[in-house]
Design a protein around this ligand. Structure first.
Ligand code: LLP
Length: 441
């Protein structure tokens, strides 16, 4: 089974106490030691996903996997993923700064985003960021100004909206015609004319697209590659410009629930490599250098979140709610995308006694703060530790302080050892940037 097809971290076992163990660590002990909610990340599962990508694309020499930091961005994860031979896709000054501080080779970084600020772009140019994927006309102009000011030549990709719809939640489709991201196909020529004419400090080396996220249908990538090649052939013809690079984005899905059936990393790679070879023949274009930007499929299965079960509410002849000590602030995905998750009680993992169908409610003051609807759990009781799987991607990175709760800690587990990689926020952290105005004392 491919890592992205695993619902749980690869090292998950049940120990003699009937507790879930991950990375050789008893999750009930982790909850006791570090408190809950707690993000737990299994090092071996992240490494496994990275090496699967490397092996799967092994026979295509000109491939560069760039981990999409937006899925989970911390200094420790950046160091870990860089060590696995990945570059990075960043989309903000914050992500750029984090990977820089992690010691990532900045020539292995691509800066994406639809509204990068002057300061963000200046920092990117200053740090010699490998590629900037330019999203629109005003960014082209601004970036050229910055490059001139810093007396640099900046290598860029043009982000294009290929007009492809994919069957994922509307909020995580990004390649549609009316998407906010990238140049419309009809605007590409004007952009190139500007680059070759007045924006002389920019060097166009490739095209970039990303069609969406949590994708289960590889065919979308075939369509995407076809569109990229068609454009490259047209650009060669019209501007006598041979673009040597394409970036096909990320998006490979993961298995949140039993019903999810994502293609494996190998199937994803095989489809892409075949499509590249076919398109190169069809358009008589030399195989380009290819960037891919997987995020979710690298970190999601490696992560779980541990919560402590608190109050319960049985609606007479209705639902039974089990409340946990976290929810939409540490995992906004169910509320935002109706995302579904799978969970077990960490301290009753082996049990099938008194199975009850319950709804897991978060602790936040919002009716929509429901983490999981209708899940069967064995006799859930106050004080039990709930382990929610597949939370490694887009949980920590989308977490908020709603209701002024402290963001959870994150620990990395490996070989029976656990290490904090992000501290839990303290109450003082929460008020540390508040200003006490004189007149209000
Ligand atoms: N490259 C670009 C340009 C992207 O916009 C994205 C994700 C990726 C790569 C990585 O995609 P992945 O391999 O992780 O699917 N917050 C949403 C996901 C938004 C994804 C946005 N772009 C969620 O929680 O499902």
């Amino acid at each position: 089974m491919s890592t992205n097809q695993s619902q749980k971290p690869l090292t998950t076992t049940v120990n003699s106490l009937g507790h879930i163990e991950i990375g050789g660590c008893d999750t009930v002990e982790l909850a006791k030691k570090y408190g809950t909610p707690l993000y737990v990340l299994d090092k071996a599962t992240v490494e496994s996903a990275c090496s699967e990508y490397k092996t799967a694309f092994g026979r295509y020499a000109k491939i560069r996997p760039m981990y999409a930091s937006k899925a989970l961005c911390t200094i420790a994860t950046a160091k870990l993923i860089a060590k696995m031979g990945f570059g990075f896709d960043v989309v903000s000054g914050g992500e750029l700064y984090t990977v820089y501080k992690a010691g990532v080779n900045m020539s292995e970084v691509i800066f994406n985003g639809n509204n990068k600020s002057y300061d963000e772009l200046s920092l990117a140019v200053e740090l010699n960021t490998g590629r900037i994927s330019v999203d629109n006309f005003s960014e082209l102009e601004m970036l050229n100004k910055i490059a001139v000011a810093q007396n640099k030549q900046v290598k860029i990709h043009l982000r294009i909206a290929p007009g492809i719809e994919c069957h994922t939640h509307e909020y995580i489709q990004t390649g549609r015609i009316d998407s906010k991201f990238g140049f419309d196909l009809s605007q590409i020529d004007r952009a190139i004319t500007y680059i070759l004419g007045k924006y002389r400090n920019l060097e166009l080396v490739g095209l970039h697209t990303h069609v969406g996220s949590q994708i289960f249908d590889n065919k979308i990538y075939v369509d995407e590659i076809e569109i990229l090649y068609k454009e490259m052939a047209r650009i060669r013809e019209k501007f006598v410009l041979c673009l040597g690079e394409i970036n096909i984005g990320g998006g490979l899905g993961v298995k949140y629930t039993e019903a999810d059936n994502p293609p494996s990393i190998k199937e994803f790679a095989d489809t892409i490599m075949t499509a590249l070879v076919n398109a190169s023949e069809k358009y008589n274009i030399r195989l380009p250098f290819v960037y891919i930007e997987p995020g979710r499929s690298i970190v999601s299965p490696a992560g779980v979140t541990l919560y402590t079960i608190g109050s319960q509410k049985q609606i007479p002849e209705g639902k039974k709610y089990i409340a946990i000590d976290g929810g939409m602030a540490d995992n906004p995905r169910p509320a935002m995308y109706e995302a579904e998750y799978f969970a077990e009680i960490a301290n009753k993992s082996a049990s099938i006694e008194n199975l009850q169908t319950v709804t897991i409610a978060g602790k936040f003051c919002e009716s929509g703060d429901i983490l999981i609807k209708n899940i069967q759990l064995p006799n859930p009781e106050k004080g039990d530790i709930l382990c929610v799987f597949n939370t490694g991607a887009y949980n920590f990175s989308m977490a908020s302080n709603y209701n002024r709760v402290q963001k959870p800690a994150m620990v990395l587990v490996n070989n029976s050892q656990s290490d904090i990689i992000v501290y839990r926020e303290t109450l003082d952290d929460l008020i540390s940037r508040d200003v006490i105005l004189d007149g209000l004392e």
